[in-house]
Ligand binder design. Structure first.
Ligand code: PLP
Length: 278
């Protein structure tokens, strides 16, 4: 399993990250998770655009151009013979003695990427999963994909401890998104999802789903909605790079719609399937 480390391809054992890395001390870095289908990066432009924004907003200079990065990630996929899985990539502000101010300007950002061979989540996409709700206690720049994921980690584990598959986060009853996915409901046949502002990650899969909805003449609204709206919705699902479109069949022990994946969700899943196989 070869890793990309700065501009080298190395076995994992030879990747050496400093204990002074600011990613380790502060979560001071940004990342992306790409999907790979049939040996190709899925929707790479969206990921690069988001990476560029995250890096710019936290003021971490990208170590090389996005074109160069694309070449490296493509080589990484080929070197690992990856057909179906993900590529994880992160860039930290680099290594320097622990102190809050940005390190000296000569400090080089540290880039690391690797492949994960994982199958598509066929059975959960088919059957759906359960979820619980929890307070969204994250900061106010959830649109940046940074390494600071402690609130997400705590929320996800809370869900698993309760026997649920995902956690739906809300601010004072207004649903934002999930611990590692975006959230959508279907009400009176129309799709609702939180607007792409500072309170959610602008998911690439979310964008794809909205594009598919447009093609399928499913009316959609990027508009806030509440837990009450969710509990009276016909369907609910999450979207994300690894979960794709996964139905949510119950929330806090209460059935959503019929308690089975609904027809609009199925339509979107089928269109998604066609997109990745076409
Ligand atoms: N929201 C959060 C908090 C995430 O971590 C993710 C990433 O998986 C998503 C949403 C979905 O984004 P994407 O579709 O780009 O994977």
């Amino acid at each position: 399993n070869l890793y990309l480390y700065q501009n080298q391809f190395l076995p994992k054992e030879q990747v050496s990250i400093s204990p002074d890395d600011r990613g380790y001390y502060f979560g001071d870095g940004v990342y992306e998770v790409f999907r790979v289908y049939n040996g190709n990066l899925f929707e790479p432009e969206g990921h690069y655009r988001r990476l560029e924004k995250s890096a710019r907003e936290v003021r971490i200079p990208l170590p090389y151009s996005l074109e160069r990065l694309h070449q490296y990630l493509t080589e990484l996929i080929q070197a690992n013979h990856l057909q179906e899985g993900t590529v994880y990539m992160q860039i930290t502000r680099g290594a320097a003695p622990r102190a809050h101010p940005f390190p000296p300007t000569h400090t080089e950002p540290v880039l690391m990427a690797f492949c994960n061979e994982i199958a598509r989540p066929k059975s959960t996409m088919e059957q759906g999963i359960t979820a619980i709700t929890a307070d969204d206690i994250r900061w106010l720049r959830c649109d940046l994909k940074t390494l600071n994921l402690l609130a997400n980690v705590m929320a996800k584990q809370h869900a698993l401890d309760q026997g649920a598959g995902e956690v739906i986060l809300h601010r004072n009853g207004t649903i934002t998104e999930c611990s590692a996915s975006n959230f959508m409901i279907i009400k009176e046949g129309e799709l609702f999802t939180h607007p792409a502002n500072n309170l959610i990650l602008h998911g690439i899969t979310r964008e794809v789903v909205l594009r598919l909805a447009r093609n399928l003449d499913i009316v959609y609204h990027e508009r806030t909605f509440t837990i009450e709206d969710l509990l009276s919705a016909e369907e609910a699902f999450i979207s994300g790079t690894t979960v794709e479109v996964t139905p949510i069949i119950s929330v806090d022990g209460r059935r959503i719609g019929t308690g089975r994946p609904g027809p609009v969700t199925r339509k979107l899943q089928q269109a998604f399937e066609q997109l990745i196989n076409g």
